[in-house]
Design a binder for this molecule. Structure first.
Ligand code: ATP
Length: 438
């Protein structure tokens, strides 16, 4: 049954004035049009868990699009509408964002203003969500502001730390929810409920392989691999026999587990050193997870899960470059810093950390970390302008000189500007280069 509980005090305490004023405004704008507005989903869940989450999801009983435009106008924000899904995003000048959805009224032929119908459409909207903990709502209209709506015993599941679906066909309807369940379980330290776990196993046994495709899966996988520590979630996926759905040849064998652990260590190391450098953790883990797949198999993966072109290029590009470097490193280490540099220069941070994770030889790991911490940042002090002043004519010779200078610098042959000048004059005598260029 529904419990009435008012969250006004909690909201003021947890969200701060600015956000509460925004929520009240949403309720007022809805009221003016005789709509009803509710905050729903992860926002409500995190409010009750006392977790920070400022992504406001709003469901409107009424016309969500009309509402979104009115809200944007009132708050001088901008609105982007997805007509097809009857959703809109309102972006406010202070950076806050409100997602607006329309409660589906298609089963009800009554005017939106009738109270019983209003309640039912909200209930239907919440019933179609992924888990009970995400299926609560908070009234935003002025007359009932702050009242919690809990049709499905969500508060109990939140208290018991349980992830439960709302009905038995949930995973058949949308298998991406299986990934979401695992992500929430690991992130929040919750447990998937017994019955819900049985439903996952049933879904897996029914072999919904053919229904595992498309971008939404990739999005959820990326979500899992972007969590603070994705290893338990990956282990859980393996235990539930989900990895073969990503690719039939994916198995969590000891070597792969080791790779993932090493990836985590490499990422921790990198983040300690370069706190502010962007690094896509998911990409490192995905490379490690798919280490045994051939390039063509990884291409199949990208196709099946409609991996966006940019991500596809990152994944395939880093894999190819890292694999090439790994082959060289396995045979023999470069015997100079410039050799290490040229071996690794084509890799981004993610490919480097992946390479670090799959390299077992201590000397190889040392070379890679030397590249990351030092060599990759080495530049000659002289630049094109200096060369012009020295009397060289701009042209391909500039690249040549600067490349050789870089190598000399990497290998310690030159250590400062003076030595670079001597090096350039010695190796590229002006008279000769002028003749060559003539
Ligand atoms: P996060 O903190 O990761 O953003 P969230 O709960 O806000 O968690 P979103 O992915 O932003 O998750 O989704 C917003 C809401 O939409 C969820 O709370 C959930 O109710 C609903 N939702 C998302 N994906 C699904 C799905 N596959 N099936 C049903 N409902 C979903």
């Amino acid at each position: 049954g529904e419990r009435q509980r008012n969250l006004q005090n909690l909201m003021v305490e947890r969200l701060g004035r600015r956000l509460v004023v925004l929520l009240r405004t949403i309720g007022e704008v809805a009221q003016e049009r005789k709509y009803r507005a509710f905050a729903v989903g992860g926002f409500v869940r995190d409010l009750l868990l006392q977790e920070k989450n400022f992504d406001i999801d709003v469901v409107i009983e009424g016309d969500g699009m009309v509402f979104a435009k009115a809200l944007a106008e009132r708050l001088k924000g901008r609105v982007r509408v997805h007509k097809k899904f009857k959703t809109a995003v309102v972006k406010l000048p202070d950076g806050l964002k409100v997602d607006v959805a329309t409660a589906r009224l298609e089963y009800y032929d009554y005017p939106a203003a009738m109270p019983t119908v209003e309640l039912s459409s909200l209930k239907l909207d919440l019933y179609r969500r992924d888990f009970t903990i995400n299926a609560m709502a908070i009234h935003l209209n002025p007359d009932t502001f702050g009242t919690l709506v809990d049709f499905f015993n969500s508060q109990n599941d939140l208290k018991d730390h349980k992830i439960r679906v709302l009905h038995n066909l949930s995973f058949v309807e949308d298998p991406t929810r299986i990934f979401r369940a695992i992500r929430f379980e690991q992130r929040m330290g919750f447990t998937i409920g017994q019955h819900t776990e049985r439903l996952i196993k049933n879904a897996v046994r029914m072999n919904l392989f053919d229904r595992f495709f498309g971008y939404r899966f990739f999005g959820e996988l990326k979500g899992i691999l972007s969590e603070e520590n994705p290893l338990p979630a990956i282990r859980r996926m393996a235990d539930l026999h989900l990895l073969p759905f990503l690719h039939p040849r994916l198995k969590l064998e000891p070597r792969l587990t080791k790779n993932l652990e090493e990836s985590q260590a490499a990422l921790a190391w990198y983040q300690l050193l370069y706190r502010d450098e962007p690094c896509r953790n998911w990409l490192v883990y995905l490379l490690a997870l798919t280490v045994n797949l051939k390039r063509s198999e990884l291409q199949d993966f990208c196709q099946r899960f409609e991996v966006p072109e940019r991500n596809r290029q990152q994944l395939l590009g880093e894999k190819t470059a890292a694999q090439q470097a790994a082959t060289v490193l396995r045979r023999a280490l470069p015997d100079s810093n410039s050799g290490i540099y040229h071996l690794l220069a084509g890799l981004g941070p993610e490919g480097l950390l992946y390479l670090l994770a799959i390299s077992r030889k201590k000397a190889a790991k040392k070379a890679i970390s030397l590249y990351v911490t030092e060599l990759s940042q080495v530049r000659p002090e002289l630049n094109g302008h200096d060369l012009k002043v020295l009397g060289y004519q701009p042209g391909p010779i500039f690249r040549q000189i600067l490349d050789q200078l870089l190598d000399a610098r990497l290998d310690g042959q030159v250590r400062n500007r003076e030595e670079e000048l001597v090096f350039v004059r010695r190796h590229f005598p002006l008279a000769r280069t002028k003749v060559e260029q003539a």
